[in-house]
Design a protein around this ligand. Sequence first.
Ligand SMILES: [Cu+2]
Length: 383
Amino acid sequence: MPSPAPSPAAGEGSEPHLHHRFESQVDFSSDQLEAANPVTEFLQPAAVSVDFDFHHEDLRMPDGAEFEMWSFEDDRFERGFPGPTLRVQEGKIFHATVHPSRGPHTIHWHGMEPDPRNDGVGHTSFEVDGQYTYQMQPEAGRPGDPNYGSAGTYFYHCHVNTPLHVQMGMFGPLVVDPVVHPDYPVSPGARRAFVDGPEYDIETEALFAPYSLDPRWHEMNHADGLSGEDVGMNRFEPRHFYVLGGEIARRPTGRERVWSLSRLRANVVGGAKKPTLLRTVNANYLPTQVFFTDAGGAEMPIMELISHDGRPFRDTSEPGMPSPSCRDAGYPLTTSRLAYGAAERFDMLLLPEKPGRYFMKVQWEDWITGAVLATRTIPIDAA
Ligand SMILES: [Cu+2]
């Protein structure tokens, strides 16, 4: 392995990393600061900028229980949970400036692929102990091409002592909207899920994030477990189970709000409105299943999966040929259930054929025995 180029001697006052030539990714990763507030390299004007603080707060959860939560805040979602909803567009430069307090934190943009300095993983770059501006430009999609594009649902989270800091609440949703391609125009009141993806109704677009909480973990400290001491983080024993989220356009702002889902609306197939898009982020450490049922509780395939982890489901069966979405290829992925795990994201259309009441049941399972630990049932009103 090549040895790193020599750094300027201490005291020279220059920023050693700016002029350091890295021979490999390993070289780069092994030669980063542990905690710092460097300047952002190659900073460009941004289309969207956010300014994040970190907060520590006792929050009242949807079941009335109170826990110390740590999360991100901006001037819209002060001291709330989860962190602010972020929305960016493909091809546009995005900045997020963070000001950690009470110890270093980072923001990792899970599923996005910025360069390592802007990816917020301390082991391959640095932990932020002052201020840093993360910069990225989500890649623009091309119709029928599985190799381009980043539109979809993501989440961001702190990557310092990750199991603890994420459990404490240091995460939030990130939505990347597609570029508008001339062959795929957009109707008023609608957006596309990806560049050549289906249109959906902006008003009823919703997001949900299953989350479970172990009260014992919420008594721990910033660096617990990092030095090899046994603090009991090998056991995650949740006692509280929440479905976070709601309609994205109507997320309540203001102080100390926990965003939690109590009902969903869905547009009926064939009506005047485009279908409802439901996004999910699994913010939970347990295997999770989601079932869609009719009013009587019988499973109903009213849901069509269109993307997973920010990648549309496409028909790539013909090498060298365009890859339409599975829906456009004639086999929509319509189902009544979804099984997924920590950090997974899916985008789905809700496609009830008749107006009326349906349900979405979220089920948490023990990761060894598979036993059902909890369920939460959310009504869906189709009109
Ligand atoms: Cu953190």
